[in-house]
Design a protein around this ligand. Sequence first.
Ligand code: 2P0
Length: 330
Amino acid sequence: MYNGKARAYTNIALIKYWGKKDKELILPMNNSLSLTLDAFYTETSVSFSKAYTEDTFSLDGVLQDEKATAKISHFLDLARKKAGLPYFAHVESQNFVPTAAGLASSASGLAALAGACNEALQLGLSDKELSQLARRGSGSACRSIFGGFVEWEKGYSDTTSYAQVVPSNHWEDELAMIFILINDQQKDVSSRDGMERTVATSDFYDGWLDAVARDIQTAKQAIANKDFQALGEVTEANGLKMHATTLAATPPFTYWSPDSLKAMNKVRQIRQNGLACYFTMDAGPNVKVLCQKKDVASILTALQEEFTEEQLTCAYAGQGLKSLEMEVSK
Ligand code: 2P0
């Protein structure tokens, strides 16, 4: 029996990953830049054993179906190949999220699995190699290997595409991100399908690629200067540009719901009233608000004029991948 366990925190992109140039290797079309957060994380344990006759995957105590298990199996194959070990595995993941509001993240999940495999199979991977491996499970997972501000260098091959820390002199410790949880009944377009459709069909995609290269530089300069307004402005603008590409896809789609718009308007209004805060959105209706720690209480009070307390969760900068002791061993 080969056992390993790890914890990884989720990350939210300030400059988004949107589009792949290689689906199998998960090489992205553009660099992205994120903030790792403390409020949402995944703990995953893995056991490889000669006695197992198939891979099994349990999430939050529930054994997963064939489709979800196949994605994990595909990832396990990469780890097995690295180790030269042919055994099947059992994977157990626990997502730690404050509410059941659809925030389960493939970023923290696959980063934790990469860490657990590294432990179990004693692969001895460096952080850079862990980032490359996590990327093969889910693109954004390569950023969750690290804490604080992280940039994913798009690279051009398996070994040149990985994330690394953006030097910040601990500035992230002064920042916060408030999640506005918005439930809607709309049918989802997964981020995987959404980005593929956008790359293939959106008339705005070339414009996105031009813009994102500039936005990355602006964001890194803002971090170097600890310039919150500059970082907030480029975060909000970049998110809007990503979402604009979906409207020009065929068939067109959007992740926005009426309440997402309500949240975005509220953030603008709070800002006009003198509190610095900026929104971003990912492949779903929830709105995330980048702000400074010192303003969190006032911004939460203002958001409560439109949203319930249960809909609001505050996160701060989180750490990178952590190995954990495994209790069970046979
Ligand atoms: C991001 N997203 O940068 C962007 C912004 C969603 C919108 O990374 O296909 O789950 O597994 O590589 O990493 C979500 O995409 O996609 C994502 P795959 P992933 O955070």
